[in-house]
Design a protein. Structure first.
Length: 95
């Protein structure tokens, strides 16, 4: 699936978008507009095959609910997410 040109500028809820996506191995978000998103709970939960992620243009705003967004992902992914999302509420992302 090519998501490079997804228009996400009006999306308010991305919950479960990639939940249990076992074939997802590399995910580089380059142009996701997350400014309107209010909920992204479990967006990448249990993506166990994910080995590389780039969230450099992915913002989780303080008012956004991102509960368990990366729960069940590998320690490598969790480390990368923690490095890349410096301002996010990290406890709820991996709960």
């Amino acid at each position: 699936m090519n998501i490079l040109n997804f228009n996400t500028s009006k999306v308010k809820d991305m919950s479960f978008m990639f939940y249990c996506c076992y074939s997802l191995k590399i995910f580089h978000i380059i142009n996701f507009d997350t400014s309107q998103i209010k909920v992204m709970n479990r967006i990448f939960m249990d993506c166990k095959q994910l080995v590389d992620i780039n969230l450099s243009n992915f913002v989780i705003y303080p008012e956004t609910s991102a509960f368990m967004a990366f729960s069940g992902c590998s320690e490598t992914i969790i480390k990368k997410v923690k490095e890349q999302l410096k301002d996010a509420d990290k406890k709820s992302l991996f709960a």
